[in-house]
Design a binder for this molecule. Sequence first.
Ligand code: AMP
Length: 175
Amino acid sequence: MSSTAAVNLHDYIRDIPDFPKPGIVFKDISPLLADGEAFSASVSELACLIPQGTDVIVGIEARGFIFGAALAAQLGIGFVPVRKPGKLPGEVHSIEYELEYGIDVLEIHRDALSEGHKIVIVDDLLATGGTARATVDLVRQLGAEVAACLFVIELGFLGGRDLLNDVPIHALVSY
Ligand code: AMP
């Protein structure tokens, strides 16, 4: 296996036009996940961005689980999933947030986090920022400290950072 320093992650992200609906250009990370060197490089790059003292990674369903869980395992710290409604079996804390058309909900196990936890939120992609914003608020409502939000991809032209101006944000690849 060669050095991961040579991996250009852009080469492993493909555009799928009009998915999941007309007008959306979906950033597909399947090629990145399918390549051992590229996937490993992306997780290592995320690991370099973790603030000292972080004790839990919070991953956002669904692709945030892939990177978040790999990252947590590499760091030897815990992983907590934030899920779509009705998926978590225990007692949940929920948050509603606005989409372009309508409202969505995210949930976390109530006993997953509490005061004293220092967490980092991980998702594959930052678009408008609504999903990450809701996750920051959800986690804070349980008393945990959000040390950073990490993304593999940022769609900078959608301005998601503006919605997250009270949290350090990092992305590995920007468009
Ligand atoms: P947003 O709340 O607008 O920042 O959207 C972020 C969430 O939607 C992430 O969980 C992404 O996986 C997904 N997402 C939004 N836009 C795209 C896109 N163009 N390509 C792939 N995933 C996207």
